[in-house]
Design a protein around this ligand. Structure first.
Ligand code: ADP
Ligand code: MG
Length: 249
């Protein structure tokens, strides 16, 4: 089930001594589920989910699918939205019913200078769950937690690579606690978390400058530049078209 695009890729592959992996969709299944809602507002839970699902309805991130599936199961309806915008590596924003809403990670919330008590999410991020925070410009409305199961075969793959003496680094835009928890479950000891898409590329360059021969495995649009920079790019068959096009395997 492995497609190798050209002989050069195959030749380079046996020289690889460092494998960089993305988390979501590469080490995990990439099909997260919404597992917990913390409503911190005066809104009803229904309204909170409806607002969040409306924002996520324009996103293609796996998180968006988790939110929309949950909203659908709850029979929640989507609202009209305008001014939708993706905030790279952090989340998204849009206007609904004349109010601007934001959904995303803790970086987004600190960019907005909103007070948010991180202890509210700590125990769940330590279990490998990802927080999605819904906010308006001066208040946090709620947090939902999203959980993505690891691919069972990832554990063996990491073991096999380690046995070959290959260094494995996980590179992800996700929360640090979440990334560390997932990495621990599969046996990866080197983690770079909360990286913006452009920084994935620089991290590959940095490893190459240290003299390492790097293979990068990923599935997302945001992985494509890093896949192109790596000595060998490996895209998941389930990944975004641009990732598959960019990779040699
Ligand atoms: P990754 O593929 O590692 O998740 P991204 O750059 O796509 O990297 O996203 C980085 C982080 O930004 C995510 O882990 C998530 O916290 C947040 N984020 C991205 N897109 C969304 C979204 N649609 N809804 C909520 N949060 C998002
Ligand atoms: Mg991914």
């Amino acid at each position: 089930g492995i497609l190798i695009k050209d002989a050069a890729t195959l030749e380079k592959l046996h020289k690889v001594n460092t494998v960089v992996v993305d988390k979501t969709g590469t080490i995990t299944k990439g099909k997260p589920e919404l597992v917990h809602v913390q409503n911190l507002s005066k809104l009803s839970d229904e309204k909170l989910i409806s607002l969040l699902a409306t924002l996520e309805s324009k996103s293609e991130h796996p998180i968006a699918h988790a939110v929309l599936e949950y909203a659908k199961a709850k029979g929640s309806s989507l609202l009209p939205l305008s001014h939708f915008e993706i905030i790279k590596g952090k989340g998204l924003r849009a206007t609904i019913e004349n109010t601007e809403y934001f959904a995303g990670n803790t970086k987004l919330i600190s960019d907005l200078h909103l007070a948010f008590d991180l202890s509210k999410i700590e125990s769940e991020t330590m279990q490998g769950k990802t927080p999605v925070i819904l906010a308006i410009k001066d208040d946090v409305l709620g947090v939902v937690m999203v959980a993505d199961a690891i691919k069972p075969e990832a554990i063996q793959a990491v073991k096999d690579l380690h046995q070959l003496g290959i260094k494995i680094v996980m590179l992800t835009g996700d929360h640090k606690n979440t990334a560390l928890a997932i990495a621990k479950q599969v046996g990866i000891d080197d983690v770079v978390a909360e990286v913006l898409p452009d920084d994935k590329l620089s991290k590959i360059k940095e490893l190459q400058n240290q003299g390492r021969v790097v293979a990068m495995a990923g599935d997302g649009i945001n992985d494509a530049p890093a896949l192109a920079q790596a000595d060998v790019g490996i895209a998941m068959g389930t990944g975004a078209d641009v990732a598959i096009e960019t990779a040699g395997m």
